[in-house]
Design a protein around this ligand. Structure first.
Ligand code: ATP
Length: 199
């Protein structure tokens, strides 16, 4: 069974986190894609994040009604950073026959070298890369992303880029404004404004 796993801060979740994933589900025949909101991302020090439980609940609202999308709290633990390889080993342990696909945007994929034990990740999953721009995916020769591609572990999902980022969405919400229609599910906007997550 093919399963997608998709980690991120989702601060907040937006259409760029959803539409390309739905395309991946269809193109790869994933039984499900599992969102993993991360309490303490290893690579994003600095900016304070909205509380992890709130980010989790926004993802729940965003995927409600999508039959193949679900959310897991596995990366919500606060006792240390959530490393992708540990998440992979957890899901592999739960079902050794599972065919894991790691979903990630181009920017994250090109930074594969900063992931802890990236070679083990390359051996364990297929990378399903969600394009963030129309530019072709060009890992530099010798880089971790290049190694993954050379080993035939990479699939590029065919989907038009969704030009939305959490950073831009937060700009609107921090002023108490709604982002442009279509950027973020309305229930997520309502939730973020109600709980004043970014103001
Ligand atoms: P920020 O805008 O604050 O940098 P982000 O959306 O890049 O936030 P995360 O929520 O951690 O940060 O992203 C989770 C995953 O979603 C990452 O793999 C990222 O590359 C991917 N992603 C984010 N936005 C898009 C988009 N518009 N299209 C495709 N993938 C995306």
């Amino acid at each position: 069974m093919k399963v997608g796993i998709y980690g991120g801060t989702f601060d907040p979740v937006h259409r760029g986190h959803i539409d390309p994933v739905l395309a991946a589900v269809g193109q790869l025949g994933l039984a499900e894609a599992i969102y993993l909101p991360t309490a303490r991302p290893p690579h994003k020090a600095g900016r304070p994040l909205a509380p992890a439980r709130r980010r989790y609940e926004m993802v729940e609202l965003a995927v409600a009604g999508e039959a193949h999308l679900r959310v897991s709290g596995f990366e919500l633990r606060e006792d240390g950073p959530a490393y992708t390889i540990e998440t992979i080993e957890h899901f592999r342990g739960a079902d050794p026959k599972v065919d894991l696909h790691l979903l990630l945007g181009t920017d994250s994929f090109l930074e594969l070298h900063i992931f802890r034990r990236w070679r083990d990740i390359v051996s364990a999953v297929t990378f399903a890369v969600l394009g963030r721009s129309a530019a072709p995916l060009e890992p530099s020769p010798g880089s971790a992303a290049w190694v993954a591609r050379t080993q035939g572990r990479v699939v590029e999902i065919d989907h038009p880029p969704v030009d939305v980022s959490s950073t831009e969405v937060r700009r609107y919400l921090s002023r108490g404004d709604r982002p442009p229609t279509g950027w973020v599910p309305e229930a997520v906007v309502d939730y973020a404004l109600k709980h004043q997550l970014y103001s």
